[in-house]
Design a protein around this ligand. Structure first.
Ligand code: NDP
Length: 478
């Protein structure tokens, strides 16, 4: 009996994905560059081994799959994918589909898609989120490619995806790079979500003197409310964990330098490239970079003093509720920005990205999964062409309720010297976004002054340069 699908790359993600595929009743052929990894994988597959065909040559691997053959490539991103594609290509026949499921840059995906366009083969770029656990038991799957190739893989992919209210978190989002682009923005939002949580943690720890355990209990409570999400849930668990060596809180023993693999940075670069403000995501990426400059921060603390005053709020609903609402408002900002970047990319690359579907497949399986994404699904379903999430009636209302808390929290944090770059970026974005008369009139005047760039007038009159410099005399003559 032929396999329904093939998979190359039995690393952490590939082997978990293969077990998930087999567990859902699909027959799968697997191949790994190093045969020993295939043997070890089969030995660990247990009962699922009966639906898995281990292959040790490219020829037997390809022959084991039912045509047209969908082949998932789940290996180290970058050049290895191109090498693997080239090696595989000569064994394939018309209609076969190569699927890159790694964390590719969507521009590489577009190039790979284009490269295969003149052949009888086709390419899918597939974003997979949820880490090891998601791959094994239900990831969120974001697919870019032709609709025809999606139809071939849809049954298998929907069978292995996470579910929210019974609906699979896997969808076809558009051609070529659409899936990997959406995965990139997912990761950008994830960076912002994590950074904002860390900033609130910092207020509790440094401004209010709370212990990790105490903060964990607060997050645990928040996870039952409007902030209910995987990231809040794991934050509560992390804060509760004890270090087996010192016996203290685990988090207190961890070096404050955050790593990054590039997807957050890509989302910011693409946002800038398209001229879409994504300030909360930018702040989060920059905060990780600053975190890694540990020795410089230590030197600066010695020069300027790293201390801070006690954090206190006046007015408002009460300290903890204000912090909860502030985090909620800022979170709306990060998602609004992420979705705005996707809307612009959709126009620029002709993808026709379905916003309600994207929110729908992020509700479960992925790292940013939450109740909140169900609200976004509903808001975009009701208003699919909303220019911004915060202009949908539901989110406008939520933001009106929570924005005063964000303002109080950011003001108090700034006053006491606590860094809140992502929270304050979200606030700055809202304040600028709702300003019908901004201050760019002055920027235009400055640009005209030094570069004669010209400006448009509010009254529409045909007079496009200011009375500055030599122009002053011209103005006097008018
Ligand atoms: P691992 O390091 O666990 O596995 C790497 C795999 O790539 C191995 O099977 C390895 O084969 C193979 N490989 C490396 N170089 C080559 C090459 N030149 N030719 C052929 N095969 C090669 O990686 P992961 O499973 O963690 O990640 C795989 C992909 O999934 C990456 O793109 C990653 O960014 C992405 N991803 C990872 C997530 C995670 O949480 N880890 C989440 C979502 C996506 P060999 O055994 O022969 O060395």
């Amino acid at each position: 009996e032929a396999a329904e699908i093939g998979l190359i790359g039995l690393g952490v993600m590939g082997s978990n994905l293969a077990l998930n595929i087999a567990e859902k009743g699909n027959r799968i052929a697997v191949y790994n560059r190093t045969g020993a990894a295939t043997e070890a994988f089969m030995a660990s597959a247990g009962d699922l081994a009966e639906r898995i065909v281990p292959c040790y040559t490219m020829e037997e691997f390809v022959a084991a799959i039912r045509p047209p053959r969908p082949i998932i490539i789940m290996i180290k991103a970058g050049d290895p994918v191109d090498q693997q594609m080239t090696a595989l290509q000569e064994y394939l026949s018309a209609g076969d589909i190569m699927i890159d499921a790694g964390n590719a840059n969507f521009r590489d995906t577009m190039a790979r898609f284009a490269r295969l366009r003149d052949t009888s083969l086709t390419f899918i770029g597939m974003g997979v989120s949820g880490g090891e656990e998601g791959a094994r038991h239900g990831p969120s799957i974001m697919v870019g490619g032709t609709e025809e190739s999606w139809k071939r893989v849809e049954p298998v992919l929907t069978s292995i995806a996470a579910r929210f209210d019974g609906e699979p978190c896997a969808a076809w989002l558009g051609t070529d790079g659409a899936g990997h682009f959406v995965k990139t923005i997912h990761n950008g939002i994830e960076y912002a979500d994590m950074q904002m949580i860390a900033e609130i943690y910092g207020i509790f720890r440094d401004g209010l003197g709370r212990s990790a355990g105490e903060i964990g209990t607060i997050f645990e409570g928040w996870n039952r409310g409007r902030l209910n999400s995987y990231l809040i849930e794991i934050t509560a668990s992390v804060l509760a964990a004890r270090d087996p060596i010192s016996g203290g809180a685990m988090v207190d023993m961890i070096l404050d330098k955050a790593g990054q693999k590039g997807t957050g940075k890509w989302s910011v670069i693409e946002a800038q490239q398209m001229g879409v403000p994504a300030t909360a995501i930018e702040a989060a990426v920059a905060a990780r970079s600053l975190s890694s400059q540990k020795s410089q921060r230590e030197a600066a603390a010695a020069v300027f003093g790293g201390g801070h005053a006690d954090f206190s709020l006046s007015g408002g609903a009460g300290l903890e509720e204000d912090l909860e609402l502030a985090l909620f408002a800022a979170k709306i900002g990060a998602y609004a920005q992420g979705f705005a970047v996707m809307a612009e990319a959709s126009r620029e690359f002709g993808w026709n990205l379905p916003m309600p579907t994207i929110a729908r497949i992020w509700r479960a399986g992925c790292i940013i999964r939450s109740q909140f994404l169900d609200e976004i699904t509903k808001a975009f379903t009701a208003m699919p062409d909303a220019p911004n999430l915060i202009l949908t009636p539901a989110f406008a209302e939520m933001l009106k309720q929570s924005l005063p808390s964000l303002r109080r929290v950011v003001a108090a944090a700034v006053a006491s010297g606590l860094p809140v770059p992502a929270l304050s970026s979200a606030l700055g974005y809202f304040d600028a976004y709702r300003q019908a008369r901004g201050t760019a009139n002055l920027i235009q005047a400055q640009r005209d002054f030094f570069g004669a760039h010209g400006f448009d007038r509010l009254d529409g009159k045909d007079f496009h340069h200011g009375p500055w410099g030599s122009g002053l005399q011209d103005f006097a003559r008018l």
